[in-house]
Design a protein around this ligand. Structure first.
Ligand code: ATP
Ligand SMILES: Nc1nc2c(ncn2[C@@H]2O[C@H](COP(=O)(O)O)[C@@H](O)[C@H]2O)c(=O)[nH]1
Length: 399
């Protein structure tokens, strides 16, 4: 990390607008982080946060495409480089669950997006303190009972699980509500959003487009819940290749005859659609069993038995010590703080500007980061150290 050369700051102060954010004329704060030949300038105003890159090797300014959901504006920020591939951004005076963000500049996801876009890309990912349970991906052929099993889980554990509401171009069924079962979307709108990098995964399934938006997964994480995704095999493959770090479960029918009976009894598809879904089911089951994507394969013959098995694999039957969901905790970070980094620890001194002898210290351990863009960065550990002047007194672990 380092300061931007004076001419960079001059250039910015001359009111160079950011096409990905805002005009710098109204900025409150900017930080510069040097990585190799590039200087990342993150500038915040009371309207937005923008990113601009100065490339010393060419002498050019670059305006990157921005992936992920951007942080809300704040009253200034601090920036610390981590592992050469991401910048930790600490927002000043922000709410406790919204003060830690990562600007990814060279992670595998960003590198892949650079290839897609053919230009410079950066990606935002919000930091979540503590160990939130892994998301759960549930896959299986149409009519096998995925939705039924997920409803049972959500009913028994309403505060533990949150459903990732997918987008689809298919028409709603009679009882389906927009925004609850799916976000029902025009194909052109969805295709544009996919192009803009708003989707974690998407696939063409039974003739329609389906996809999981980054926002859908983040909304569940923000509610402090464990995310459940009901997606097809292609989607599961994409999520497996993403940083989401989920548990993958494939549900098999006891037989093709039983699958057909369930699909017909549900009565939600036309004859043509039923036949199409049954044809696709054979290939999906083959891939589910052989692709190596799935951690567990469950047979949904007797519903109650399958449900008990599912709970067992999610550590919900009391046999595994992960059955208590802990909501991610936040920290109350005052506007007035300074930041430094020692190895895998980021040291945040609160009350630094007041020149008091006695200050509070927060230590942010970033050694076990998981996930990242597109989505949340999990595994942040925070310790507070109360009232120190010469040495460290009481140490409290927050997560
Ligand atoms: N074990 C079971 N035995 C008998 N019927 C079942 C069983 N599990 C689910 N069903 C029934 O099968 C039908 C299909 O189930 P469900 O809608 O949950 O499937 P799905 O896998 O979510 O399908 P889709 O992928 O098309 O959304 C429903 O009518 C449901 O009540
Ligand atoms: N790849 C994705 N597949 C999805 C998503 N949402 C649902 N699905 C799968 O589509 C089929 C059909 O669903 P239906 O509601 O029309 O019966 C089913 O296998 C779902 O799992 C998604 O976001 N991405």
């Amino acid at each position: 990390m380092g300061e931007a050369p004076a001419f960079i700051v001059d250039n910015l102060q001359n009111g160079n607008g950011f096409s990905n954010g805002f005009s710098l004329k109204s900025r409150d704060c900017e930080t510069t982080t040097v990585i190799g030949d590039k200087t990342y300038v993150i500038a915040g105003s009371d309207e937005s946060i923008g990113v601009k890159i100065y490339d010393r090797s060419t002498g050019n300014w670059l305006i990157p495409a921005v992936r992920g959901i951007e942080p809300r504006p704040c009253k200034g920020h601090s920036a610390v480089l981590l592992n050469e591939d991401r910048i930790l951004v600490i927002k000043k005076g922000s709410s406790s669950d919204d003060c830690l963000w990562f600007l990814e500049v060279d992670t595998p996801y960003v590198r892949e997006q650079k290839k897609v876009v053919g230009a410079e890309v950066v990606a935002w990912s919000k930091g979540v303190i503590g160990n939130v349970e892994k998301p759960v991906v549930i896959t299986g052929p149409s009519g096998v009972g995925k939705g039924t099993l997920i409803s049972m889980l959500m009913k028994e554990f309403p505060s533990m699980f949150g459903f990732s509401v997918s987008h689809t171009t298919r028409a709603p069924r009679a009882m389906e509500k927009d925004g609850v079962h799916y976000h029902f979307t025009e194909r052109s709108v969805m295709e544009k959003a996919i192009k803009d990098g708003k989707f974690l995964e998407f696939a063409s399934v039974h003739g329609n487009l389906y996809g999981t938006s980054v926002e859908a997964v983040e909304a569940v994480a923000d509610a402090g819940k464990r995310c459940i995704l009901d997606i097809d095999v292609q989607g599961a493959r994409s999520v497996r290749a993403s940083p989401l770090d989920a548990i993958f479960i494939f549900i098999c029918p006891p037989s093709m005859e039983e699958l057909e009976e369930r699909l017909r009894a549900r009565g939600t598809e036309t004859e043509d659609q039923i036949l199409k879904r049954l044809r696709n089911a054979k290939e999906e089951i083959k891939q589910g069993k052989s692709s190596g994507i799935f951690d567990h394969i469950l047979y949904n013959d007797k519903l109650e038995e399958c449900y008990e098995n599912l709970k067992k694999h999610l550590g919900l039957d009391g046999s595994i010590a992960t059955n208590h969901q802990t909501s991610p905790k936040g920290i109350d970070l005052p506007a007035d703080h300074s930041v430094s980094k020692v190895a895998n620890k980021v040291i945040i001194k609160c009350g630094a500007a007041e020149g008091k002898a006695s200050k509070n210290l927060m230590v942010l351990d970033v050694s076990s980061l998981k996930g990242g863009a597109p989505g949340r960065t999990r595994g942040l550990q925070v310790y507070t150290v109360d009232s120190f002047s010469d040495g460290l007194n009481g140490v409290n672990k927050l997560s």
